[in-house]
Design a protein around this ligand. Sequence first.
Ligand SMILES: [Zn+2]
Length: 279
Amino acid sequence: MIFDVHVHLFPPEVTRRIEKYTCRDPFLAEICSSKGHKYATVEDLLAEMDKCSVERTAVSGFASSDPGLCREMNDYILEAARIYPQRLIAMAVVSPLDKMMEEELDRALTNGARGVGELFPWGQDFALEGEAVERLAYYCQERRLPLLLHLNENVGHQYTGKGDISIKEGALFAAKFPSLSLIFAHWGGGLCFYELMPELKEQLQNVYYDTSASPFLYSRNIYRVVREIGILDKILLGSDYPLISPRRYLRELEGSGLEAHEIKKIRGDNAARLFSLDS
Ligand SMILES: [Zn+2]
């Protein structure tokens, strides 16, 4: 099974009136005005999945600091997953700073959400420590909901959306909630490499890493490196579509030097296990 865990869709009604939202959320404004930004609908995604032979996708909207926009995003994603239950898994977006966060998550779960994210600690202006994020962590941990969080490298070139909440905060957060299934996006901003340290390997047992934006960040040698580190069971295909097509990752994987059975894990078996699907 090919299973993509990291995709962002925008409801067409939101895209049409995007200025109404960008004026309330500076991070959204920054993302939407960046050079590579694209909007995709459910129909666009399904067509791309068919082209790339992707069977399942965990779909997110855009996590805003504006709870009203999160709700609109969730409505669209939940409806899509209801119509295409064999293809799409709904991820809910919320702001941990929203006092009504639990109510929105309850609503999303009742309507079929199976995970939370991608949330942007830096972009949504919440810390990975303290009361707000802990409420979210306990909520997800108790209900066994995977939580997809954006982390990025604190070195290298600058790009839109790159923030300074990164591997240190991510590692401490993971250690504090050992039963919470975490997906750290973008290879966890490089946190995956620290699994070479025995104490970090221990602390990060509950952490998965997705490959999103990898072609913009790392050479394809990264796949052989994570095999060497011994964490192939924790790597999930994440495309960040529509930013990049899943096709590009599948091609990189084929040329990565990994064995077929190892590629199969990253392409979907690990994600199927995490989301309790038959692969
Ligand atoms: Zn991200």
